[in-house]
Design a protein around this ligand. Structure first.
Ligand SMILES: *[C@@H]1O[C@H](CO)[C@@H](O)[C@H](O)[C@H]1NC(C)=O
Ligand SMILES: *[C@@H]1O[C@H](CO)[C@@H](O)[C@H](O)[C@H]1NC(C)=O
Ligand SMILES: *[C@@H]1O[C@H](CO)[C@@H](O)[C@H](O)[C@H]1NC(C)=O
Length: 801
């Protein structure tokens, strides 16, 4: 277990590569690492394809542990305590391709069982307790094997015999603790890439010399030389002599700068074309040094994660050294670099990658020597001013691709921008740019990445970007699609994760020539406005990336999570003209219906009657008994013209007077007291009656007496302010019939509601009921006087008319 920190880095590089390639759509991952397990857990889901059991305390593996996992493809059981491995336990796992049993306590492998592992592509047996590599003959059966990891304390001639036939991509040898190495043992190897965790003992010297000829790619990891060291510097300085290596990778090395210069200068004299250095720690200071590239084949130099513990320097700044590298592609990233010097003479750089440093805007200003540079990576630095970044590119006459993403870039409107005319791809994502950025863009840009900025809208009027093919404004704060008519060639538009509620029909119309639009994850507002957009999309759904699954309503609340594809609103609820027409039509129809109802069923008459009835009911209820203490004798006094007496006697009286005499009507023919004057009789009768009923008709108007009666009744009406007057309109009275002096009658007719005698027989019932209700009141029982009155029957007809 001691080697863990050493090997961690190696494993680091490999793991993402492998897992990345592995994980697909149908993979089912079970992660049980670091769970202090002593046994393989049972009852894992049988569809498991990827199983992590690393960093536990498992000591034995049984067939029953895995036999039910018929789909198992990847098993990582590294960093456990396994002592024996019999491959027959995997006889039911015919899909198993990746097996990592490194960092266990294996002393031997059961060779007879190896044919059960015939499908393995990746087998890591490194960092176990094998004394020798002595791999068994059966290894030659593993024809699919691409990666093999081994480690040993001793390496002898015959050790690689068994695997020399395998066409390995990578052979990893974890040899930190190597004590014996027989010369030329490595030479039989046949692997594209040889990866050696370098021995600490000087036994490694001859191993490294052999390694220089064993493959075309060599990775050396875990070289730790805090103090100046002879080995492995001595070994590496011999790389120039007859080595086959094209690609040399150092990983996790610690050296003094003196050792580094010796090693690098030797590499520059060798056939090495690609040199990658990951995690290099320079102990002591890092001074300036001029490397000699005159005999070098080096095309690409990559340095990632350079750590320099001492920053002291004298004379020329050591960083200058990097701008003098003569390679096509140079990467110096994640190394705390604050400045990159402009190369002193026209330089060969095609690609320069100084990402993940602390470089500022002042770098590369007025730099004319980078005229071959096509690709410049400056992401994750300290750039702040977009106009300065544009000025930095002006003299780069070949620059095509600039990546300044993940900086702190802003743009102030007043400043001018000067971009290299050759620039076609610009990545300014993850900055602090606002809408104004559209005034500072390269004229010939084809691909523009503006995602993760602060853009709220794309100006309608801007210098048109005729060549722009791909525009990415995802993760900004746009509220609508841009006006695509400014971008004549636009084919791909990404507006994912913005604040687009409903794309306006104008803009979605203007973007109709864009072949791919990504508008996923916007908070769509599902109302009338979005219908146009949806119908456009439905016409050609293949244009919209992620349609329909990734397009859902966010608002209104009750529509939340509804797919836009399923959202529907009727034409009626959205179109105001149609809505207006609809409402108007219904109103007209309704009014017409009411009108016809009135005409056919005389509705207003019923309503008036009903109203009258309710009012009377109310009045009677509010009347105190004291009001009735007056000596009333009759419920009503009827006044009518002699010409209408037929109707009064045959219709009115029989309907009102009940047989039990509970309603008493005063009639002049019957109840006038003989001997008294007519006027006196009239006044008497009116005063003794609760109500006065007047039967109005043209005849009534002609009768003088009738008018007297009305006059007195009306007078009483005002004196006692009670509504004792009831007018029945027996026949309509044309106004011209009423003589001028009868202004009282005129006024009454105009002001007071009167009951109209309905011609329709069906309405008579309601008429009588209404009238009876109007005169209904509790009167004291009959007295003698009344009796007399009631039984005196005398006619005053002659005088009366
Ligand atoms: C297996 O697990 C170990 C520890 O978790 C990890 O370092 C290693 O990269 C894994 N192996 C593979 C092949 O993924
Ligand atoms: C330099 O990098 C570019 C871009 O990654 C690549 O296309 C080119 O092949 C590289 N040059 C060499 C010599 O490897
Ligand atoms: C721009 O940079 C971001 C982050 O560095 C990256 O994810 C994206 O793929 C880049 N875009 C292009 C077009 O290369």
């Amino acid at each position: 277990m001691k080697q863990i920190p050493y090997i961690a880095a190696q494993v680091f590089l490999l793991a993402p590569l492998l897992v990345g390639a592995l994980f697909g759509k149908n993979d089912f991952l079970e992660n049980h690492s670091e769970k202090r397990l002593r046994n393989v857990p049972h009852n894992l889901p049988s569809q498991t394809t990827i199983l992590y059991l690393s960093e536990n305390s498992i000591s034995t593996l049984l067939q029953s542990d895995f036999s039910y996992l018929s789909k198992l493809n990847f098993l990582n059981i590294s960093h456990n305590l396994i002592t024996e491995l019999d491959f027959s336990i995997f006889s039911f796992n015919s899909d198993l391709q990746y097996l990592d049993v490194s960092h266990n306590s294996l002393r031997s492998v059961s060779c007879d069982s190896l044919h059960h592992a015939g499908h393995l592509k990746h087998l890591d047996l490194s960092y176990n307790r094998f004394a020798t590599l002595s791999s068994c003959r059966e290894f030659s059966f593993l024809l699919d094997m691409k990666y093999l990891g081994l480690s040993a304390l001793e390496i002898h001639h015959s050790d690689f015999e068994e695997i020399k036939e395998l066409e390995l991509e990578t052979l990893f040898l974890g040899l930190e603790d190597l004590s014996v190495y027989e010369k030329r043992s490595l030479q039989v190897l046949n692997a594209n890439k040889l990866h050696i965790a370098v021995p600490t003992s000087t036994q490694g010297h001859s191993l490294l010399l052999d390694a220089f000829n064993a493959s075309r790619t060599l990775e050396l990891s875990n070289i730790q030389c805090e103090a100046p060291c002879d080995y492995p510097t001595e070994s590496l300085s011999q790389i120039s002599k007859s080595s086959r290596i094209k690609t040399l990778i150092f990983h996790n090395i610690t050296l003094s700068f003196a050792d580094i210069t010796i090693i690098l200068q030797s590499v520059l004299c060798s056939c090495v074309q690609y040199l990658n250095i990951y995690r290099m720690t320079v102990v002591y200071e890092l001074p300036y040094f001029k490397f000699d590239f005159s005999r070098s084949f080096l095309k690409e130099l990559t340095i990632k994660h350079l750590i320099n513990k001492v920053t002291l320097y004298h004379g020329i700044h050591p960083v200058r050294m990097f701008s003098e590298m003569v390679v096509e592609n140079f990467t110096l990233s994640d190394s705390d670099l604050v400045y990159f010097y402009c190369p002193p003479e026209t330089n060969r750089f095609h690609l320069l990658d100084v990402s993940e440093n602390r470089i500022t805007d002042d770098t590369f200003q007025n730099c004319t020597t980078l005229s071959h540079l096509e690709i410049l990576h400056l992401q994750s630095n300290m750039l702040e001013d977009l106009s300065k970044v544009s000025a930095m590119t002006v003299a780069m006459r070949s620059l095509k691709y600039l990546d300044v993403s993940k900086n702190f870039l802003q743009y102030e409107k007043s400043k001018e921008c000067f971009w290299s005319e050759t620039l076609v791809i610009l990545n300014v994502s993850s900055n602090e740019l606002a809408d104004s950025v559209f005034e500072c863009l390269p004229a010939n840009i084809q691909i523009l990445d503006l995602q993760k900025n602060q853009i709220t809208s794309i100006p309608k009027v801007l210098k048109s970007l005729t060549f722009l093919e791909e525009l990415n404004v995802a993760s900004n704060r746009l509220t609508d699609l841009p006006d695509c008519s400014n971008f004549g060639s636009l084919a791909i538009l990404n507006v994912e994760m913005n604040s687009i509620l409903s794309p306006s029909s104008d803009s979605s119309h203007k973007c109709r020539n864009v072949t791919k639009i990504d508008a996923r994850n916007n908070p769509f507002l599902c109302n009338c406005d979005i219908r146009e957009f949806i119908s456009q999309v439905k016409a050609s759904p293949e244009r919209l990336i992620g349609w329909p699954k990734s397009y859902r309503c966010e608002y209104p609340e009750d529509m939340r999570r509804t797919l836009l594809n399923n959202f529907n609103l009727s034409e009626l609820s959205c179109n105001t003209t149609i809505l207006l027409v609809f409402v108007l039509t219904t109103t007209v129809v309704f009014v017409l219906c009411i009108y016809f109802l009135c005409i056919y069923f005389n509705l207003p008459w019923y309503v008036r009657m009903l109203w009258q009835w309710i009012r009377t009911k109310y009045r009677v209820r509010n009347m105190t008994t004291q009001d009735l203490q007056r000596d009333l004798l009759f419920h009503a006094f009827v006044s009518y013209s002699e010409h209408d007496s037929g109707w009064v006697k045959n219709s009115l009286l029989p309907k009102l007077q009940k047989e039990d005499g509970s309603i008493r009507i005063c009639q002049h023919e019957r109840n006038f007291v003989p001997g008294k004057g007519i006027v006196e009789n009239i006044i008497n009768s009116i005063e003794k009656s609760y109500k006065s009923i007047f039967v109005l008709s043209p005849n009534f108007v002609k009768s003088e007496w009738c008018h007297y009666e009305l006059y007195f009744a009306h007078h009483r009406l005002f004196c006692e302010s009670s509504n004792s007057l009831i007018l029945i309109l027996l026949e309509p009275i044309p106004p011209y019939l009423i003589p001028k002096r009868y202004h009282k009658l005129k006024a009454l007719m105009a002001r007071r509601t009167y009951l109209e005698w309905p011609k329709d027989i069906s309405k008579h019932g309601l008429f009588w009921a209404n009238l009876r209700e109007a005169i209904q009141v509790n009167l004291p029982p009959c007295e003698q006087e009344l009796d007399n009155l009631l039984h005196t029957s005398q006619t005053y007809e002659e005088n009366y008319i």
